[in-house]
Design a protein around this ligand. Structure first.
Ligand SMILES: C[S@@+](CC[C@H](N)C(=O)[O-])C[C@H]1O[C@@H](n2cnc3c(N)ncnc32)[C@H](O)[C@@H]1O
Length: 416
């Protein structure tokens, strides 16, 4: 692509990204295949590591930029276009030097919060969140993972390199980009795209003690160094609730792990997300999920008849998403301090509301894809302050970012 054309398409997408809430993937999907492939190469590095990439490609940017610019100024930030052109040239020639992210690649509020919360692992967090994320698959338990891998290698239909996950007993990791969704294996429901950490959260929801060794007291810790297997045999016929199910990433994993035994109730306030969940469940051949829309603020009333009836309840709450920045690098350009403030209170409210569904002896799991203390350990302490007479704290901790996206998960057992 020539410089003028790149400058034009990059400028258009960049400006829309900074001015509107439209997601990067949606903006890329509107481009021609050629423009999309070039933008997919240059945009993520600039979003992830603007300051270190500028330095590496020789574009000078004034001290404090881009984080001291408002949205309008960011939409027309001339350095972004210059970096894109230089970066594209270096990539074409295969001459881009290795670029290590630094604290300055993050907006000051995020940088300071990470340093204040996790000073000793902050450098690793900054570096991991700016690396490209691998594409991970969760292989259905209907299919043997090793056989799937062997068949794929022998078939050679698509030039793709895969390796077993080092974290999830259900996972395969793709070592290069592949249009994997256009395959008969996907149509037959043999796999889903799911980050390995998200797979672990599903496993942890059913068996917290067993999968607890994968978790750490701090985010960004090195991986555990071993894969823990799924318990042998058929799982008990549990009643499981996925309270914030979204489009069903974890619900589908839970249903698959339950092997059609028991029942899974997937709740969300978003009808389109639940519709996507139902579509995915049909394709995956899962028939023990009931997807139910709930109304924001009246969860307790609508679910009162199910009080104290569930063996497992997962509350994968809305959060700042800092743990998944490597997949959604645009988040850090758009999030305001004000927009972050609402999460801790919302998380505590949802945890309290859905905790009422847990049966005596059953487990409640609070999950987020962030590592901010106010959205993780502090929510846990507040919940225990109020409900410690009915719930005891079980295993929990952080996973990634690095070995997977960054997650936090904490279990509680209902004692009365
Ligand atoms: C982190 S996302 C969940 C992701 C999902 N568990 C997955 O694995 O793909 C949080 C979800 O909580 C939902 N949510 C927000 N408020 C809710 C409420 N009051 N009750 C249930 N779900 C809610 C959002 O619509 C969003 O889909």
């Amino acid at each position: 692509m020539d410089k003028d054309r790149l400058s034009q398409v990059f400028g258009g997408v960049w400006s829309e990204l900074m001015r509107t809430p439209i997601h990067l993937d949606s903006l890329l999907a509107r481009q021609t295949p050629r423009a999309k492939s070039v933008l997919a190469q240059v945009l993520p590095p600039i979003l992830m590591r603007p300051v270190s990439i500028a330095e590496a490609v020789g574009v000078g940017i004034p001290e404090g930029q881009p984080w001291n610019l408002d949205r309008v100024a960011l939409a027309g930030w001339p350095a972004a276009r210059q970096i894109a052109l230089e970066l594209h040239g270096l990539l074409e020639r295969g001459a881009l030097p290795a670029v290590r992210a630094m604290a300055e690649d993050y907006p000051p509020t995020m940088r300071e919060a990470i340093l204040a919360d996790w000073e000793s692992s902050a450098e690793r967090i900054f570096s991991e969140l700016a690396k490209p994320a691998p594409l991970s698959l969760r292989i259905s338990r209907k299919v043997d993972r090793q056989l799937f891998l062997d068949r794929w290698k022998q078939g050679g239909k698509i030039p793709v390199r895969m390796r077993p996950s080092e974290l999830s007993p259900l996972g395969l990791v793709l070592e290069s980009y592949t249009p994997i969704l256009r395959t008969p294996e996907y149509e037959r429901g043999e796999f889903e795209i799911q980050d390995e950490g998200s797979q672990v959260m599903s496993l942890f929801t059913l068996w917290p003690e067993r999968f607890a060794p994968l978790l750490s007291e701090v985010p960004g810790a090195p991986a555990y160094g071993g894969v823990i297997g799924v318990p042998e045999g058929n799982p008990p016929a549990w009643k499981v609730v996925d309270a914030c199910a979204g489009a069903g990433g974890k619900s589908l994993a839970l249903a698959d792990l339950m092997k059609g035994q028991g029942r899974l109730f997937s709740y969300d306030i978003s009808a389109p997300k639940l519709q996507a969940l139902r579509r995915r469940a049909t394709r995956a051949g899962v028939n023990n999920i009931q997807a139910v829309q709930v109304a924001e603020g009246s969860e307790l009333q609508s679910l009162a008849k199910f009080a104290k009836s569930a063996d497992r309840v997962l509350v994968d709450a809305p959060c700042s998403g800092w743990g998944v920045l490597r997949r959604n690098p645009d988040i850090k350009w758009r999030q305001s301090a004000e927009s972050l403030q609402r999460f801790p209170a919302l998380q505590l409210r949802l945890l309290e509301a859905y905790s009422t569904l847990v049966a005596p002896g059953g487990m409640l799991v609070f999950g987020t894809c962030t590592f901010r203390k106010t959205e993780t350990t502090e929510v846990v302490e507040k919940f225990l302050d109020k409900h410690g007479s009915h719930f005891s704290k079980g295993p929990g901790g952080f996973l990634g970012p690095g070995s997977s996206d960054g997650f936090f998960m904490q279990s509680f057992q209902r004692t009365s």
